[in-house]
Each structure stands twice: as structure tokens, then as C-alpha cells.
Write a protein that binds this ligand. Structure first.
Ligand SMILES: [Zn+2]
Length: 501
């Protein structure tokens, strides 16, 4: 079988291309993590999820993956997003806010939000990275890098800190297109920091003996800049050159541009061969913002009773490179689809443990062939620039194949379990339910109406519509509606939601 190529859009070359690893079959991957000054919102997790899906797809191809994703717990300033290296430290600002009052100090605040982030990570079923370094644990590496950049003429010291001189790196701007000339235009409106030679220069070290998190350095007490942490930690764990680097679209400039400048000026080698950026999401058609009331953290939604796996499903339902409008209706639909996978697991487990159901005839071959084909097509879609909408649709089609059987044979149960395990490994939307014994009972999360699972009702209604028996189809819709289940017809089939009383 010819080897599958794993194609991803590369921001730097602006094209979809096969992800090449320097060492065959071993991906060295760095993805930017959160700044832990607050709870992560669903937009942050869209980005983390895309990184998780890269890892899952690479592993499905049999690759070894070294995945490093960091935690920023110092140095991210409010004006870092405009290449200014000014403003307040986000961590300190959070401590002085209303929410910050509950923390004794900034270290406790960082610890608290780190723990919450890791909980959200687990609940959304993201896989574990090989290393999850924290900026505060790698200050020494950042100082060493900064010292060398000063020594080799790429950085200079001023009364307020150490800054990287972007003029020393002629190809600065190659990732984002924000070249030095363009920047001179763009930053005219920003207040000039007199300590910098030019506005686009960015901080490697900030001198500040009042800062709540400070270390001693060759330049006195202070703290590292935000960008240098990722350069230092990527190099510490993955080496001078990495295969792939990802982040949110807001990370592209200045954060990743600055990482490239620092790392390449330090090592003299290319920093990264492939760049991936995840688009922001909108919520109910608008930019997510606290003041418009459409700002969702992962834990808000989970606390409101939404299933975390359904949230994962909803967040990955649109490919990472496309604009995505997150809606609560979309999340409710996802709940119904996630339940299909659970019901498949329950039936497969029950059939595997139940009495032998006789010989598997020719039927099993067709059943197996269908599921194998659908898994292959799902993996193909993921290898096609993480086309999650097709990847999920193929997996969902597999649930229809399984749920169509009124009773799985033991052989079919094995085949179904294998399919579900593969889908779970690739997409993370089909974890085995904790209590498979709940199969078919009224307490099952997969609802049973008049003794029949909702899936059977939906199938029957589809058949009725096909044979133009609209009265029968309507009767089914009505019966389900009386029980609080609303059906929704989509191009992928019919999904259901239960109105929350
Ligand atoms: Zn980063």
C-alpha cells in the first residue's frame, strides 16, 4: 500500500503541502499553549484541539510524535500583540482584578488557572503531550539565549531591558508578511518607546525589580519576554529545527515571527519547516466578547450540563482553517451524534458478552468491509489538511452501519469495537462509555421511547419519508416531540436534541 501523505496548509509558503519530517516517521511538533491568567475559552481550545488532531492523525499513520506544548506563566504583556513589548504583564493585571482578589499572590493565580486548563484539557479528551513545559521553569535557558543574541549583535541592552534588533534579521517578516518596511508604516501610530532603536524591536528581557515574578540576570532583576520562552523551550526539547509549529491565528504575528528571528539568529539554522495557524471562532455569528455576553469558557458550558465530548465534537466540526460559527444549537446537535457512538459501544459490548448468536455468515464480510472503508476514508480526510467535517461524517456513517443491525453477532461486535477504537484514536469523539452495562435500559443516556431506542424511530421515519408516507413520518416526529425530543434534519442525516426542562 503506498504511504499516505499528511497534507497541511503551511502559512509560510502559503500552500497545502505534505508534512515532511526530518527523521522519517518522527514528527517534532511544538504548539503554543495558553497564558494562564484566566480560564481558557472555547476559541483557545479550538486551537489546542487542532494540535491534538495533528498528533492523532500522525499516530494513526504510524508515526512517532514528540509533542511539546507550553504553559505561559510569565512575561506575556498586554501590548505584546502589537510588537510593542509594553503595557502590563497579563498575570499581574489579573491578580489586581476582581477575580484576582481570591489569590494570595501571582504564583497561586498561575497555579490555579494551570490546574483548570489541565482539567479542561482532560475533559475535552485531548491527548497528552510528551512535555508540557512552563516558562517560569525555563528562565535559565531564556537568559542563555538572550546573552548569546546580545553577544552576536542581534540584540542590545537599554535602561529598560534587552531588545531584539529586527534590522539584524533581513528576512524578518517572512512568515506573516509584516516585513520591516511595512512595519515602519504600521507602527507609526503606536507610542514610541524611547529605549528602543525602532518600534518593531521586541523585548527579550524586561528589567523590573518591582515585578511580582522576577529573576536575577546579567542585566539585573527582571523577567523574560514572552516570545523568547517558546524559542527556548522548543529548542530545549525538540532541537534547533522542528518539523511543525502551530498556534492560533493571532500568534502568527508578532509571536511566531519573533520566535523565528530569535531562534534562527541564535542557532544559524532554520527554526521550523511547517507552520499551522488556527482560525478564530465566532459565537452565534458574532465575535466572542465578554461585553456581548457570548463569551464561553469550556467550564461554563460543562457546568451548564453540556457533555464535554459533545463540546469537543462541536469545536472540531468545521476544519481549523475555516471560519467557524459556534452555536448552542450546534452543540446540542453534537450531543445527539456523540450518543450514537456511545450506543454503538454499548451494543457491541453487550453482544460480545452475551450468548453466542450463531455463525457469522457472509454478512460479516460486508459489515467489516463497510466499516474498514469508512475508517480509511475518515483517515484520508484527516490527512487532507485535517478535514474534520468529512472525517467526522465518515465516522458517523459507520455508526449507522452498526446501529442498523437489530442484534449484533459476536463477530460483528468485535468488528464494531475495532472500528470504534480506531475512530476514538483518530478523532477522540468516541470514548468507550464508562458503564456499558447500561445498554438499552431507561437510564441509558441513549434514550429509549416505548421500548425502542431513538435511533430506531429515526430510521423508521426516514423509511416512511422515503416511501412518501408523510403521515407516518409526522406521527413519529410528534411522538418523539411529546417526549421532549426534537428532530433536526441535516445533510448528514437526522439528529435529535432533548429540550432541557
Ligand atoms: Zn508560543
Amino acid at each position: 500500500m503506498p504511504e499516505r501523505a499528511f497534507k497541511l496548509y503551511d502559512t509560510q509558503s502559503r500552500q497545502v503541502k505534505a508534512l515532511q519530517t526530518m527523521e522519517p516517521g518522527h514528527l517534532r511538533f511544538y504548539s503554543c499553549g495558553p497564558t494562564v491568567y484566566s480560564y481558557a475559552h472555547i476559541g483557545n481550545f479550538r486551537s489546542f484541539l487542532a494540535a491534538d488532531l495533528v498528533v492523532r492523525t500522525a499516530k494513526a499513520l504510524g508515526w512517532r510524535v514528540s509533542w511539546v506544548t507550553n504553559i505561559t506563566d510569565v512575561g506575556h504583556l498586554t501590548q505584546d500583540d502589537v510588537a510593542d513589548a509594553g503595557g502590563e504583564d497579563r498575570m499581574e493585571k489579573a491578580l489586581h482584578s476582581k477575580e484576582g482578589e481570591q489569590f494570595a499572590n501571582v504564583w497561586d493565580l498561575a497555579e490555579y488557572y494551570t490546574t483548570c486548563y489541565l482539567e479542561d484539557w482532560e475533559r475535552l479528551n485531548l491527548s497528552r503531550p510528551e512535555v508540557r513545559p512552563r516558562a517560569t521553569q525555563h528562565v535559565r535557558e531564556q537568559i542563555v539565549m538572550t546573552e548569546e543574541l546580545v553577544a552576536n549583535g542581534h540584540a542590545y541592552e537599554t535602561p529598560t531591558g534587552v531588545y531584539f534588533n529586527v534590522d539584524s534579521k533581513p528576512d524578518y517578516g517572512k512568515l506573516s508578511g509584516n516585513t520591516r518596511d511595512k512595519l515602519k508604516e504600521a507602527v507609526r501610530d503606536v507610542v514610541m518607546d524611547d529605549n528602543k532603536r525602532q518600534q518593531a524591536d521586541f523585548a527579550l528581557w524586561k528589567k523590573d525589580d518591582k515585578h511580582l515574578m522576577q529573576w536575577f540576570s546579567p542585566w539585573g532583576w527582571g523577567f523574560p519576554g514572552w516570545h523568547i520562552e517558546c524559542s527556548a523551550m522548543a529548542r530545549a526539547y525538540l532541537g534547533d529545527t522542528i518539523d511543525l509549529h502551530s498556534g492560533g491565528e493571532d500568534n502568527m504575528f508578532p509571536h511566531h515571527e519573533c520566535e523565528i528571528a530569535q531562534s534562527e539568529s541564535f542557532t544559524g539554522k532554520p527554526f521550523c519547516n511547517h507552520w499551522m495557524h488556527v482560525r478564530f471562532l465566532q459565537v452565534e455569528g458574532e465575535k466572542m466578547a465578554k461585553r456581548t455576553g457570548n463569551f464561553y469558557t469550556v467550564r461554563d458550558l460543562i457546568e451548564e450540563g453540556y457533555d464535554p465530548i459533545a463540546l469537543r465534537y462541536a469545536l472540531m466540526s468545521v476544519p481549523y482553517g475555516k471560519p467557524f460559527n459556534f452555536t448552542l444549537q450546534g452543540l446540542r446537535d453534537a450531543m445527539g451524534n456523540v450518543e450514537r457512538f456511545r450506543e454503538c459501544w454499548r451494543r457491541a459490548e453487550a453482544a460480545a458478552e452475551g450468548p453466542s448468536t450463531g455463525i457469522d455468515g457472509e454478512g460479516i464480510d460486508a459489515f467489516r468491509a463497510q466499516l474498514e472503508r469508512l475508517y480509511d476514508e475518515s483517515l484520508d480526510a484527516m490527512c487532507d489538511d485535517l478535514n474534520t467535517s468529512v472525517g467526522i461524517a465518515k465516522a458517523l456513517e459507520g455508526t449507522k452501519v452498526i446501529l442498523r443491525e437489530s442484534q449484533l453477532s459476536q463477530g460483528q461486535a468485535l468488528v464494531a469495537s475495532r472500528f470504534l477504537s480506531q475512530v476514538e484514536a483518530l478523532l477522540g469523539i468516541a470514548p468507550k462509555p464508562v458503564d456499558p452495562q447500561a445498554s438499552g435500559s431507561q437510564t441509558s443516556a441513549y434514550p429509549v421511547i416505548d421500548g425502542r431506542p431513538i435511533e430506531v424511530w429515526i430510521e423508521e421515519r426516514a423509511q416512511a419519508k422515503k416511501s412518501k408516507d408523510f403521515a407516518a413520518a409526522d406521527a413519529i416526529r410528534k411522538r418523539l416531540s411529546d417526549e421532549g425530543f426534537e428532530l433536526r434534519d441535516t445533510p448528514d442525516g437526522t439528529s435529535w436534541t432533548k429540550s432541557v426542562p
